[in-house]
Design a protein around this ligand. Structure first.
Ligand SMILES: Cc1cc2nc3c(=O)[nH]c(=O)nc-3n(C[C@H](O)[C@H](O)[C@H](O)COP(=O)(O)OP(=O)(O)OC[C@H]3O[C@@H](n4cnc5c(N)ncnc54)[C@H](O)[C@@H]3O)c2cc1C
Length: 276
């Protein structure tokens, strides 16, 4: 049997060096705030916002965020007999990360059978070892349908306030759509990347070309779609991708160096599985 000597000190130093390369003294302030001329990076390119009257009722459980966290909590509550679970999300549907991140080739990098929740309960068998985004998004919708979570959900709605009303023993939940409803319990699962992060690139303030964030992929501009139809509107365009995290360039025709940035960063990191 061969014995392998490991220099633990050297290994630790190596990890420290790699970590230090990624630590920045400016921290989160390196990113550009999504206000003013950058506010459009928050817009939902996938579904139009539909008018609705404000909601003022009372529910047993309200949950902020309709990603895996909200779906799992909602499903388990339903199984436990709580009929009125309300999930609220800025997005137009369930999915969280997978609602927003529809860039070409997006896929999970944890094996689907481990990563996708509630497979047995919903009867879904993933089609790939590392499922692509559209399948994961559809699975989120399947969970929503299977557990009746659409019944009370509020989409395209941002929770702006949570206040405990001690007299009524209720949370008062307020939103950017004028809702003011109450809940006995509140849960929060707003995810690791609640908003896209724009890198503070020199020139981003006065860039006049077309730009978008990878978590709001603009297929109307690039052509193609999330199911990997070729991006047929790119040829002839000059394209730049700014990546602040593990963000491989998307594949597709017409990829060329130059302008038209697609800022990418934490909150939209384009992920691909590790080589196996
Ligand atoms: C491209 C990509 C690939 C990934 N792949 C993997 C993987 O393979 N394995 C892994 O373990 N992890 C992966 N992750 C991490 C991923 O974020 C988690 O796995 C998981 O999806 C997070 O679920 P969540 O419900 O906690 O948060 P999210 O999915 O981020 O959902 C949070 C939701 O909260 C909403 N929200 C936030 N604030 C408010 C508010 N005030 N009011 C209303 N709604 C609000 C947001 O709109 C969002 O929809 C990946 C992430 C990305 C971006």
């Amino acid at each position: 049997m061969t014995t392998i000597e490991i220099d633990m000190e050297a290994l630790r130093r190596r990890y420290d060096e790699e970590r230090d390369k990624r630590l920045r003294p400016d921290g989160a302030s390196q990113y550009v705030g999504l206000t003013g001329r950058f506010a459009h990076y928050l817009d939902d390119p996938y579904q139009p916002v539909v008018d609705r009257p404000p909601v003022t009722d009372d529910v047993t459980f309200a949950f902020v965020g309709g990603g895996f966290s909200g779906l799992l909590v909602g499903a388990r509550l339903k199984e436990a007999g709580v009929a009125d679970v309300r999930i609220v999300d800025r997005a137009g549907d369930f999915g969280g990360t997978w609602y927003w991140n529809r860039y070409p080739g997006a896929m999970c990098d944890t094996a689907s059978l481990v990563y996708l929740p509630l497979l047995e309960e919903t009867g879904h068998m993933p089609s790939e070892k590392y499922a692509h985004g559209p399948e994961i998004l559809e699975h989120c919708r399947r969970i929503g349908r299977h557990f009746g979570l659409y019944d009370h959900a509020l989409f395209h709605t941002e929770v702006t306030g949570l206040e405990w009303d001690a007299d009524r023993s209720r949370w008062v939940v307020t939103t950017d759509r004028g809702d003011r409803f109450t809940a006995q319990f509140v849960g929060i699962g707003t995810g690791p990347f609640p908003v896209p992060k724009l890198p503070g690139l020199e020139g981003i303030d006065d860039f006049e070309g077309h730009s978008f964030h990878t978590s709001r992929w603009d297929y109307a501009y690039t052509g193609g779609d999330a199911s990997r139809t070729p991006m047929d509107r790119l040829p002839g365009k000059r394209l730049a991708i700014s990546a602040t995290r593990a963000t491989p360039a998307p594949s597709g025709p017409g990829r060329a160096p130059g302008a038209s940035p697609c800022p990418a960063g934490p909150g939209s990191s384009a992920r691909t599985p590790p080589p196996r």
